[in-house]
Design a protein around this ligand. Structure first.
Ligand code: DCS
Length: 486
């Protein structure tokens, strides 16, 4: 007699919060891309393209962006301190990288990257970050308010864990949003309270829309606790104006909301008429008492011109939080012991790059400028390409690393998608992948206004590949529209 054993952990038995959590950036289209890649490797020539281009993830170094020399020199010297004593080192490493590495090594527990650090991150590195923030904003920053984390993703989870008590607690999130927020809110059992960005005004954030959503959520019995603002925006690419930011801070003060300011794209601004201003600077310039507005600002080593995604570094700065709440957060950080030390070092470096007069300064500026100006050109080329396509409208990419064009899909395409039980934008993205090898993310992964369809692409493929990508995109779109035209 044979028994069919039921699994020890049946799917019905797992935490429903885990089942409710979605993350489209590595979802259906991405999984199909991995399959195609395997097929191409086994059987070259089996598809109409010879490589898969991953435009689904803001992961610059995966697409050949080179790391900044100074950052990696300092890191290498910290990781392998024997180099600091070698006679060969001054021939290979710049003098300021050597002195910075010596300075950082002296701050580490046991002078080693292999030791656990303080749970908020190495104190000296937090002090360096505080100095960098103060220089950026023109207002003081305190190392005790800074928590270093394994990328901003971990910091966001920590804050959601702190704020969300039950499904009654609501967190205001932009639609479209980066799905870390919806996923983290779902995992912690809270309620996402959506507010829509206005596509027609370049994805503008309107305070009356926020106010309306807060009122609606409260009428529905929710306790609205925090407002997420992503500036510059992902996936939408807008950079907020100073007056808009002031209104947002004022709203948070009046309504008693924690402002969760995702500022990971602070170095990625591509247009002359906009500049990044931190919410911390706005809050301080408004002359409120420090504890009148609770603000968490997130910054990551994964974005900007540095793109050190795999090193997993980032920090959050807490402003306007009481000591007892910060102690609770410190306790939670202690449970994880500490974030990884290479990520911590890099976080201190991006906030304190080489200064004029230091040996690395010129090379650093040249590398930074080359990356950012190339990103700006790529953004513009892709934006123009989308806007030249039938039924496609792409708002200006002012910042960040993405385009989020709207595609007016023909009825016939929408019906064809329904027949195969698929969202129309997923249907479009899968067909695009099949034809061109380009991996995009369907707009439904970020949220979009009802009956509108979008796709998100990064601007990260190498610049010399952009013309070929543009022709592939255009050719695909034309043939798709021909096939499904009403
Ligand atoms: N916040 C925003 C707005 C992001 O875009 C990302 C990553 C993160 C936080 C998390 O970054 P780290 O955890 O690496 O610090 N961007 C994702 C994206 O849209 N594509 O790739 C990753």
């Amino acid at each position: 007699m044979s028994f069919i054993r039921s699994p020890a952990v049946p799917i019905e038995s797992i935490n429903p919060k885990v089942k409710n959590c979605e993350y489209a950036i590595r979802g259906e289209v991405f999984n199909y891309a991995l399959r195609l890649q395997e097929e191409l490797e086994k059987n070259p020539g089996s598809h109409p393209f010879d490589e898969i281009i991953y435009c689904n993830l803001g992961n610059p170094q995966a697409l050949n962006q080179q790391p900044i020399t100074f950052f990696r020199q300092v890191l290498a010297l910290c990781e392998y301190p024997a180099l600091l004593d070698s006679e060969e080192t001054p021939k290979l490493f710049s003098s300021d990288a050597i002195s910075r590495a010596r300075q950082i090594r002296a701050m580490l527990s046991g002078k080693s990257t292999g030791a656990y650090s303080h749970s908020k991150g190495t104190k000296g590195l937090r002090e360096m970050i505080a100095a960098g923030i103060a220089l950026r904003d023109g207002y003081p920053a305190n190392a005790e308010d800074i928590f270093l984390t394994d990328g901003v993703s971990s910091a966001v989870h920590m804050i959601m864990q702190l704020l969300i008590r039950s499904e009654r607690d609501g967190i205001l999130c932009p639609i479209p949003q980066y799905p870390l927020y919806s996923a983290s809110i779902a995992l912690h059992g809270g309620k996402l309270v959506p507010y829509e960005l206005n596509e027609a005004s370049g994805w503008g954030l309107e305070v009356f829309e926020l106010k309306k959503r807060i009122d609606m959520a409260r009428e529905d019995g929710k306790c609205v606790r925090a407002l997420v603002v992503i500036n510059p925006g992902n996936p939408t690419g807008q950079v907020l104006s100073e007056s808009n930011q002031q209104e947002i801070v004022e709203l948070c003060r009046k309504e008693g909301l924690v402002l969760l300011a995702d500022e990971v794209y602070q170095e990625n601004v591509y247009v002359k008429n906009k500049k990044f201003i931190s919410f911390k600077r706005i809050a301080r310039s408004l002359d409120y008492k420090e504890d009148e507005v609770a603000l968490v600002s997130f910054q990551s080593i994964s974005k900007g011109y540095y793109g050190e995604c795999g090193k997993r570094g980032g920090y959050m700065e807490l402003c306007g939080f009481s000591e007892d709440v910060k102690d609770q957060l410190y306790k939670v950080a202690s449970v994880d012991l500490c974030s990884n030390t290479s990520g911590q070092i890099l976080a201190s470096l991006i906030m304190n790059p080489p200064q004029p007069g230091e040996e690395s300064h010129e090379l650093f500026l040249a590398e930074k400028e080359a990356i950012l100006s190339s990103l700006a050109r790529r953004a513009k080329a892709l934006e123009d390409a989308f806007n030249s396509m039938e039924g496609v409208l792409c708002q200006k990419v002012e910042g960040a690393m993405y385009l989020f064009p709207r595609i007016k899909l023909p009825e016939k395409a929408i019906e064809a998608a329904k027949k195969v039980n698929m969202a129309p934008d997923t249907f479009y993205a899968l067909k695009l992948l099949d034809d061109t090898g380009l991996v995009l993310v369907p707009g439904s992964g970020f949220g979009q206004a009802p009956n509108t369809w979008h796709v998100r692409t990064t601007i990260l493929p190498e610049e010399h590949k952009i013309p070929a990508i543009v022709s592939r995109l255009k050719a695909f779109h034309e043939s798709f529209m021909r096939e499904f035209r009403d």
